[in-house]
Ligand binder design. Sequence first.
Ligand SMILES: C[C@@](CO)(OP(=O)(O)O)[C@H](O)COP(=O)(O)OP(=O)(O)OC[C@H]1O[C@@H](n2ccc(N)nc2=O)[C@H](O)[C@@H]1O
Ligand SMILES: Nc1ncnc2c1ncn2[C@@H]1O[C@H](COP(=O)(O)OP(=O)(O)O)[C@@H](O)[C@H]1O
Length: 293
Amino acid sequence: MQANELKENGYQEFLAPAKLNLFLHVINKRLDGYHNIQTVFQLIDLYDNLFIKTNESGLIRRTSHHANIQESDDLTIKAAHLLKPFANKQSGADIFIKKTIPMGGGLGGGSSDAATALIALNALWDCQLTQQELQELALKLGADVPFFIFGQNAWAEGIGEKLTPFQTKPQDYLVIAPRETVSTREVFESLELTKDRIPLKIAGFSNELDPKNLVNDLEKGVLKEFKGIALVFDWLNQFSHAKMTGSGSCFFISLSSVDEGKKIAEKRPEHTLGFVVKGLNNHPHFNLMLGTE
Ligand SMILES: C[C@@](CO)(OP(=O)(O)O)[C@H](O)COP(=O)(O)OP(=O)(O)OC[C@H]1O[C@@H](n2ccc(N)nc2=O)[C@H](O)[C@@H]1O
Ligand SMILES: Nc1ncnc2c1ncn2[C@@H]1O[C@H](COP(=O)(O)OP(=O)(O)O)[C@@H](O)[C@H]1O
């Protein structure tokens, strides 16, 4: 179904933006198997679209079809079920997802879809959870989800849930998505940590936000393990300092202009996707989440 058709049928549209990790340091492994990290999350204007229509049936349904994600595994549907106990018993919703953000790319698409579902349904079902309460709920869905509820570019610690606002400079990026994707869990599992990394201090860090000085500790392992992905990295790296986002497999470079990005994207390797994007300051539904929209 097209957007107008969905809207004519009573659906409301919400946006789920992607993110980049401008750098990512893995500090150490925790006893629960997760890793403490330090990262800067940057929101970008690449979106999935969520269309939501509430009803009084008490049922939560996904009305779009996605061959590679079962309805019950969809983070958006899981988010709705997690919020349901805070709504009236008869509160239900039909959710149609238009995916644009490549899956398993380190762009946080699934996490962002889940966060947008929480933000939207909190308002539509009148659950009245605060931002802090939504962030706590979001963490049950994944380490990345609280950031999208936080809704501002952030310095993140812990497993990514300890968030401090972090001002980044306005910047355009070219994001390249290889056809091959990687599993976040497998990338972390294959990490060979010999000793703990010394944590950075947020104070004074912004001066170092030069791509040349920034690393993603997960990048080396992915490039070593996946030759096809490494070829895409090498291609992008010839234009500027290419960096992997999250656990991959997408890479990005900073651009000096949108035109430059478009020209490079036109030459991209076969079977890859290219997106020229802008950094955002805030989540598009930041005000809705704060209850002021
Ligand atoms: C690596 C990051 C960086 O932004 O991004 P993505 O590449 O996934 O977007 C995130 O921390 C990912 O967040 P998210 O995708 O929500 O991960 P989760 O579903 O919670 O975790 C999947 C698996 O990755 C591992 N994991 C994840 C996060 C973390 N800090 N340490 C880990 O060891 C765990 O094995 C976990 O079972
Ligand atoms: N709505 C959704 N969109 C994307 N992926 C989802 C969704 N629901 C569940 N998933 C699962 O989450 C995994 C990670 O997705 P995603 O967040 O897009 O990538 P990443 O964590 O690498 O940034 C996917 O491979 C998929 O199995």
